[in-house]
Design a protein around this ligand. Structure first.
Ligand code: NAP
Length: 521
């Protein structure tokens, strides 16, 4: 089973021991001690030996050349690794570039793994590693093969900064092809896929950080996220991959929501935020890369800004009719003939509205609705409303965009300045980001224009009660929040992937908890 290793870079052995105890208490079984965090005079390994069971940790003294902090010369680093071996390290991680430098260094490193171990402790294993914190190596496939030829190596490790998400696919190719136990990881914000799926492809290890602000390499997820969100201990060869494709995605609520659902429904699946850089080219290359690798078991994706239109274009006629009419896909489902695209935003919005009004979709026929905004969300919602026969008037800052959307769905558009205040309107929907965290004091409609409006729906879901909704509530309107739309569209995605429904109250409780956590952070 792949070792989930929490990497600890502390300023002294005793500080490292304190963090290690905390990590163990939180369920971290394997620990990497980065000896390069210590000052040259601070080599008290007893504190570590007391905190860490023999064999349960990896000793590393990373050189500055490979992203570490050890200014010391190679021999001083080697001496520290020898001391760590004596103190019970289970593995010693040494840079392959230095290993190649001389027979003397190789001999000394052999000592680090074999010399005077505590009785009953087997020799430490040697991890020979190569890191590039700035870019992908020129020929990434050559390096693991070369390292694997070293007889002394128990494990090959290669890590580089992903140029984009597609580097993860290459990393997983190398991991699968390795003739010896291997660690192949991508660093940086686009590298999460290789770090989590290491478990699916029986990597020797993958790394995480004790806390978000204590990562020893860019892109390292937190221990708690690995154990509790991604359920790393449950990831295995049959685990299906799901995720949200977007840019940015780091603050998406979907991973927390869907992983909680997978856990509750005992699905052998993991859902990841997948940073796919903003252009159509990266999106298309990623999709093509997935298609070439059926062994990834990439079963479904949510798609968010800016890729909803890219997804629709990529899939061609593999898109359901309403998503094709909207021109945007927010859900991908893997079928035998490739991915198929849907749009669950419109259904999510319609369900949120009908839930709040206690009616069904047919009751929306002839309803006068005012929609603020003409972007992707507005487009999906207008399509859904028009499908039900509602009368929609559009208001958008950019009037041309409003006119174009109005034309596409046979409705009206009016100047942005005229929004609100029409007492014939039965429902006002905000589809702009105005009021979204952190700009929580903004609102798309002044409070005085809310008087007399029966129902106000804000698609923004962070915060749950936006300024618009607060003022609408105080003005006596029925309010519909963005969380409700988010939950309904997520439930629709889950149904497409698993043909199963989800408990909405459960979804709301997961989202509420996560949003209030973010508020506190
Ligand atoms: P988008 O495609 O970028 O469109 C943004 C729209 O907001 C455009 O019409 C834009 O007008 C308008 N806008 C932006 N800043 C504005 C400002 N300062 N003043 C006036 N208008 C402004 O984004 P989107 O995908 O439609 O998403 C819009 C919002 O919907 C997001 O903030 C998100 O919170 C929400 N949403 C919620 C859900 C959910 O499940 N609850 C799902 C999807 C989206 P211009 O055309 O003039 O630029």
């Amino acid at each position: 089973m792949t070792k989930l290793v929490t990497s600890i870079l502390a300023s002294s052995p005793s500080a490292a021991a304190t963090v290690a105890r905390d990590v163990q208490a939180r369920g971290g079984r394997w620990i990497e001690i980065r000896l390069d965090g210590w000052s040259a005079t601070d080599d008290d390994f007893d504190a570590l030996a007391a905190a860490l069971p023999p064999g349960s940790w990896i000793a590393t003294c990373r050189s500055v050349d490979e992203g570490g902090h050890a200014e010391a010369d190679t021999m001083t680093r080697v001496s520290r690794l020898i001391a760590a071996g004596l103190a019970g390290a289970g593995f010693v991680d040494f840079e392959f570039a230095d290993w190649q430098r001389s027979a003397n260094i190789r001999q000394k490193i052999q000592l680090a793994v074999t010399r005077n171990r505590t009785p009953g402790t087997p020799p430490a294993g040697l991890i020979l590693s190569a890191h590039d914190f700035s870019d992908r190596p020129d020929n990434p496939a050559a390096l693991p093969a070369e390292i694997a030829r070293q007889e002394s190596a128990a494990c090959v490790k290669l890590a580089w900064r992903a140029r984009d998400i597609t580097d993860n696919l290459l990393a997983l190719d190398l991991l699968r092809a390795s003739p010896v136990p291997a660690i192949v990881l991508c660093m940086g914000p686009a590298g999460l896929l290789s770090r989590v799926l290491a478990g699916k492809f029986s990597a020797f290890a993958t790394y995480c950080a004790p806390q978000a602000d204590a990562a020893t390499a860019p892109g390292q997820p937190e221990l708690d996220a690995m154990l509790r969100h991604y359920r790393f201990d449950k990831i295995g060869g049959d685990t299906k991959l799901f995720g949200v494709i977007g840019d940015p995605v780091a603050h998406s609520m979907s991973p927390v929501l869907f992983n909680a659902c997978f856990d509750a429904h005992d699905q052998d699946a993991v859902y990841l935020p997948l940073l796919v850089a903003g252009d159509a080219d990266t999106f298309n290359r990623f999709m093509a890369g997935l298609a070439e690798r059926p062994w990834l078991d990439a079963a479904g994706f949510s798609v968010t800004v800016p890729h909803k239109q890219h997804a629709a274009a990529f899939l061609g006629d593999h898109v359901d009719p309403l998503a094709a009419q909207i021109g945007a896909v927010n859900t991908l489902v893997r079928r035998a003939d490739g991915y198929f695209g849907h749009n669950t935003d419109h259904a999510g919005a319609l369900d949120a509205i009908t839930d709040a009004l206690g009616c069904d979709r047919s009751d929306l026929a002839d309803l006068p609705v005012e929609v603020l905004g003409a972007g992707g969300a507005a487009r999906a919602i207008v399509a859904g409303l028009r499908h039900c026969g509602a009368h929609v008037t559009l208001f958008n800052r950019n009037a041309t965009r409003a006119r174009e959307l109005a034309q596409a769905f046979s409705c009206r558009s009016k100047p942005w300045e005229d929004r609100g205040g029409d007492h014939d309107v039965r429902l006002v929907i905000n589809c702009t980001p105005l009021g979204m965290w952190p700009n929580v004091d903004e609102t798309p409609l002044p409070a005085e224009r809310l008087e007399g409006q029966p129902v106000v729906f804000d698609t923004v879901y962070n915060p749950m009660e936006t300024r618009l909704l607060r003022e609408a509530r105080l003005a006596g309107c029925v309010t519909v929040d963005g969380v409700s739309m988010f939950i309904h569209q997520a439930a629709a995605q889950y149904r497409l992937w698993f043909d199963e429904g989800l408990d909405k109250a459960f979804l709301r409780s997961v989202l509420t908890r996560q949003l209030s956590r973010q508020d506190r952070a």
